[in-house]
Write a protein that binds this ligand. Structure first.
Ligand code: HEC
Ligand code: HEC
Ligand code: HEC
Ligand code: HEC
Ligand code: HEC
Ligand code: HEC
Ligand code: HEC
Ligand code: HEC
Ligand code: HEC
Ligand code: HEC
Length: 371
């Protein structure tokens, strides 16, 4: 199946992660390269519970009250209480059979999944699941599937060609991960366009250092669909995203947001101020288009003009400043440095030679942004 070629990389990563995650020599001894089937045995339940960040899954308590959804094992309380086995609407009669049954047929998937955060923590009883429920807490109860594995829909599957709808798929994940950054998932453009969580996440193999992503990095995940945007970052002027110092998610929340287009903050300018705080001001003399929207002059994803500008200077300024005195002249080749009538507005930094503080000025004599 799809993830098979990754097994070697996954095998390597379990060895590394065990060494990194469990402190002390005990963990190193406990990670013999030849035991990929039982890697989590190297860590005790309390080891793993300690490693996990605090997560409030209390919101699932109501769902968990439904006896049909109860997890099959009684593990001690952890920060991840109350996570039920999700229902499969396409196999309503199915019951949980336990991970041992799944693993008997899906050896390969088991090896890969054993390196993942989820399976490791579920086996340790986090999320109140326990070893038995390590597969079915995502894939739903498996008795029907185990009887008749080729019946489509008999198990919750997470691919687009599967019979399980994207809404059911997302519902499984949201059963434990609702709220927080995913508060606005429902109704978001990604949800509306039929994406499932697993277009961007793959919890079945360890492909990214963090975030359980479907590709090695956030930017690669986004680029699978937004190639045009990623390509703009290759232009002459760009923020350091191709250099790996920024990610699409510095500005966007792919899980949904109340600000179009999926911005993390209330306005474009607020997004920019999170890093370019000095542009927030306040200034004694404001330049109106800067206050209104940084995108009046900048193309955030990349530009072939200097400094991410949407047009070269002086044309950028002249889009708005045509009716004033000196900027109003027609610019001709004669105004270039080697022309017959060299003009400061075309030479060197153009308008910026004199109007240096274009984002606003705090100098008492800076109303024209000279200082
Ligand atoms: C008797 C062997 C057997 C058992 C037990 C079994 N599976 Fe499967 N499973 C298969 C086979 C064979 C396929 C491939 C079916 C196909 O290609 O049509 C499959 C496919 C799947 C798929 C992909 C389904 C799809 O629609 O793409 C998932 C997910 C899955 N199994 C999960 C599980 C889980 C979780 C369990 C334990 C509850 C489990 N399986 C138990 C044999 C088994
Ligand atoms: C955290 C949720 C989660 C857990 C736990 C989990 N899976 Fe999966 N599984 C997924 C997702 C998501 C996919 C789809 C991955 C992809 O995009 O190819 C998947 C895919 C699969 C497939 C089908 C692969 C394919 O190519 O179609 C099988 C089989 C499978 N899982 C078996 C298991 C078994 C066995 C376990 C327990 C050891 C398990 N899963 C645990 C979420 C989970
Ligand atoms: C039974 C509860 C449960 C289900 C179902 C579940 N998860 Fe998780 N998930 C966890 C736990 C527990 C962790 C580890 C602790 C944490 O980071 O909150 C985790 C971690 C994650 C992380 C990494 C968080 C981080 O901070 O790096 C991602 C991403 C994630 N899950 C995505 C998914 C996706 C996608 C699905 C559906 C295919 C899914 N989860 C299904 C419980 C669950
Ligand atoms: C369009 C791509 C995309 C989709 C769809 C998506 N995610 Fe994510 N998700 C990401 C990226 C990228 C990150 C890493 C964000 C970061 O590190 O800033 C992430 C982070 C996470 C995290 C860990 C960080 C956190 O916010 O707690 C969880 C959990 C998670 N996603 C769950 C889900 C669930 C559940 C769904 C489906 C309802 C989903 N994601 C759908 C791209 C996506
Ligand atoms: C599986 C494909 C897919 C992936 C992966 C994906 N997107 Fe999208 N994205 C879409 C589709 C489809 C739309 C809707 C486009 C449209 O309506 O024109 C969209 C729209 C958007 C929009 C515009 C929203 C709006 O309101 O106009 C943003 C921003 C966006 N995605 C960011 C991201 C980021 C960031 C990532 C990576 C974390 C990502 N996307 C990953 C498919 C994807
Ligand atoms: C520095 C912040 C920032 C980063 C980084 C960023 N974006 Fe954007 N993105 C924006 C802003 C602001 C807009 C609104 C543009 C507009 O309204 O013209 C936008 C618009 C979009 C849109 C929808 C409108 C369009 O221009 O097509 C998509 C899709 C998108 N971004 C995807 C991405 C992807 C994918 C990445 C990573 C490769 C990314 N963005 C990185 C700030 C950012
Ligand atoms: C996550 C942090 C971050 C956010 C958010 C951000 N930037 Fe940047 N920006 C950077 C970094 C880092 C650089 C590179 C600085 C350097 O090279 O000295 C940069 C550089 C720039 C440059 C100069 C590019 C050049 O070629 O010299 C402009 C213009 C710019 N950003 C505009 C914006 C705008 C407009 C927004 C809001 C839509 C924004 N930035 C949001 C981090 C950010
Ligand atoms: C009226 C057009 C205009 C608007 C609107 C504008 N800028 Fe600029 N910006 C420029 C010009 C022109 C430069 C080049 C300055 C230079 O080369 O000295 C520049 C340069 C930058 C730079 C890199 C050099 C520096 O000064 O740090 C950043 C970062 C930047 N702008 C961020 C922003 C942000 C954030 C906003 C919104 C708050 C914004 N800009 C709005 C015209 C504009
Ligand atoms: C999107 C339109 C727009 C762009 C582009 C623009 N400006 Fe402005 N600018 C304005 C507005 C509106 C004002 C405020 C006019 C007023 O208060 O009467 C202003 C004010 C000014 C002032 C002060 C004028 C005064 O009367 O006090 C100067 C100087 C100036 N801009 C220079 C520039 C330069 C140089 C550029 C190019 C880097 C530029 N502007 C780009 C719209 C723009
Ligand atoms: C050689 C220096 C210099 C250059 C180059 C320059 N300006 Fe000016 N600009 C000035 C001075 C000085 C004033 C103030 C005039 C006054 O107060 O009477 C001014 C005033 C302005 C004003 C205020 C309105 C007005 O008519 O007084 C605007 C708008 C403006 N400049 C835009 C531009 C634009 C656009 C460019 C590029 C095409 C540009 N300037 C190039 C020196 C310059």
């Amino acid at each position: 199946m799809r993830a098979i070629p990754l097994s070697f990389a996954a095998l390597l990563s379990i060895v590394t992660s065990l060494v990194l995650l469990a402190p002390g020599a005990r963990a190193q001894q406990a990670a013999p390269a030849g035991s990929p089937h039982a890697p989590s045995s190297a860590l005790t339940q309390s080891d793993i519970a300690r490693m996990l960040p605090a997560t409030d899954m209390g919101a699932n308590a109501a769902r968990n009250a439904d006896p049909h959804l109860q997890a099959v094992s009684d593990s001690p309380a952890t920060p991840f209480d109350a996570a039920p086995i999700p229902k499969n609407p396409l196999a309503p009669q199915a019951d949980a059979v336990g991970a041992k049954t799944c693993v008997a047929c899906h050896t390969q998937e088991n090896v890969q999944a054993s390196h993942t955060l989820h399976v490791a923590s579920f086996r340790a009883g986090a999320a109140n699941t326990g070893p038995q429920a390590a597969c079915e807490s995502c894939h739903g109860p498996g008795s029907e599937h185990a009887k008749n594995p080729t019946a489509p829909g008999s198990i919750i599957a997470f691919t687009h060609d599967a019979k399980t709808t994207p809404a059911t798929q997302a519902g499984v994940c949201l059963g434990c991960h609702a709220g927080g950054a995913r508060q606005h998932w429902t109704g978001s453009v990604h949800e509306n366009r039929g994406l499932s969580c697993t277009d961007c996440h793959n919890p079945m193999a360890r492909l990214s250092p963090e975030g359980v992503l479907a590709k090695a990095s956030i930017n690669e995940v986004c680029a699978t669909c937004h190639q045009d945007i990623r390509a703009k970052f290759n232009r002459r002027s760009h923020m350091p995203l191709p250099e790996g110092q920024m990610a699409c998610t510095d500005c966007h929340n792919p899980h949904g947001s109340i600000t179009k287009p999926l911005l993390k903050t209330d306005t474009v300018n607020e997004t920019c101020y999170t890093c370019h705080a000095e542009k927030r001001g306040p200034f004694l003399f404001e330049h109106a288009p800067v206050r209104q929207n940084c995108l009046n002059c900048h193309d955030v994803h990349g530009s072939n003009q200097q400094t991410l500008l949407v047009a070269p200077i002086p044309m950028l300024c002249q889009q708005c400043h045509t009716m004033t005195r000196h900027p109003n002249d027609l610019q001709t080749p004669a105004g270039l440095a080697n022309g017959t009538r060299p003009d400061e507005r075309l030479i060197g930094r153009g308008c910026l030679t004199c109007h240096t503080n274009i984002h606003g000025s705090n100098n008492p004599s800076g109303p024209k942004f000279h200082k």
